[in-house]
Design a protein around this ligand. Structure first.
Ligand code: ZN
Length: 320
């Protein structure tokens, strides 16, 4: 247990009738805030979604499996996308990072208002040909309620999801974290009733983390009376696997003609990773060196190999 570290725990309770996950994510949410220069509402939305994705990815089995949460909304933030693996790595961005709105009726950051109406899509990429995709209409846009509804509607697993981000006065992240608690199909009525009572009784994730900033404390409160048994602990972090080589591959996929256009412009190009905002510069000489690696079909026409299936970088960023 360490109050200054971001980490995630997995636990069971009530003779395995309940499984639970909890995470603290202050540092990784602050890192994302700095990378994307997000406003407080955007930071809250991103932090909540990243905490949720980390716990949902922890349920995946394969070492290369990925879980993506995509939210598309008609509010001023427009939506967000976060991707986590099951080694505790998460990355993500919001579409409009600078959105600012007045507080909601409860005096909190109005994440639901910033998201608006739209859809929640959960993509589980398990290295099969097609990823598993589940989609539901957003319930509130506050993210935790939407993920709870996703589990009920799309996976038929009764779940309670709590997510929170609390900001400091100077707009840095003070607390962040969350929990996912799920009932197994054989859970008995007594367990269900007690869990529901617990969930109704808790104030907020960040209030609990203010008492003690550990996932253990969060689960102790959510699962009070159940004596949860922690079965694993894992460090979590904001981590992006982008690199200049990956962007090179993206440029090559644009094809010969597109690269020749870039070269004839005679200007260096800067490509930015959407997930972590890292910038990669390519001089025209560097782009020229990529030309022989573009694929040319037997008929002599330019072809693009199959489009990028993975989650990563976009290569259509603006020329600088
Ligand atoms: Zn990146």
């Amino acid at each position: 247990m360490n109050e200054n570290k971001d980490y995630m725990i997995r636990a069971v309770a009530a003779d395995a009738q309940i499984r639970a996950f909890a995470v603290t994510s202050r540092n990784l949410t602050e890192k994302a805030r700095q990378a994307h220069n997000t406003s407080p509402i955007a930071t809250a939305a991103l932090g909540r979604a990243m905490s949720g994705a980390l716990m949902m990815a922890e349920m995946l089995k394969g070492p290369h499996d990925l879980l993506t949460i995509q939210i598309d909304g008609d509010g001023p933030m427009q939506g967000l996308l976060v991707t986590a693996d099951n080694h505790g790595h998460v990355k993500g961005y919001v579409k409009n990072p600078h959105v600012i709105l007045p507080p909601n009726a409860q005096g909190h950051l109005n994440v639901g208002g910033a998201v608006g109406k739209g859809t929640l899509t959960v993509i589980r990429d398990m290295n099969l040909k097609d990823p598993y995709i589940g989609q539901i209409p957003l319930v509130t846009g506050e993210i935790a309620e939407d993920l709870t509804a996703y589990y009920a509607q799309s996976e038929q697993i009764p779940s309670a999801v709590g997510l929170g981000v609390l900001m400091n006065k100077e707009n840095t992240v003070r607390r962040a974290g969350g929990f996912v608690v799920q009932l197994m199909p054989f859970a008995d009525d007594e367990v269900i009733a007690r869990l529901e009572k617990n969930i109704r009784g808790i104030s907020s994730v960040t209030t609990i983390l203010e008492e003690e900033n550990t996932p253990e404390h969060l689960l102790d409160r959510v699962l009070e009376g159940f004596e949860p048994e922690v079965t694993s602990r894992e460090d979590v972090s904001f981590f992006c696997n982008c690199s200049k080589e990956r962007f090179e591959r993206g440029l090559i996929l644009l094809g010969k003609e597109e690269l020749e256009n870039i070269i004839s412009d005679g200007k260096d190009i800067e490509l930015k990773c959407q997930f972590c905002n890292s910038a990669y510069n390519f001089s025209t000489d560097e782009v020229k060196k990529l030309l022989p690696r573009t694929q040319v079909s037997a008929a002599g026409a330019e072809t693009q190999t199959d489009s990028e299936h993975n989650d990563s970088e976009q290569t259509d960023s603006e020329n600088s």
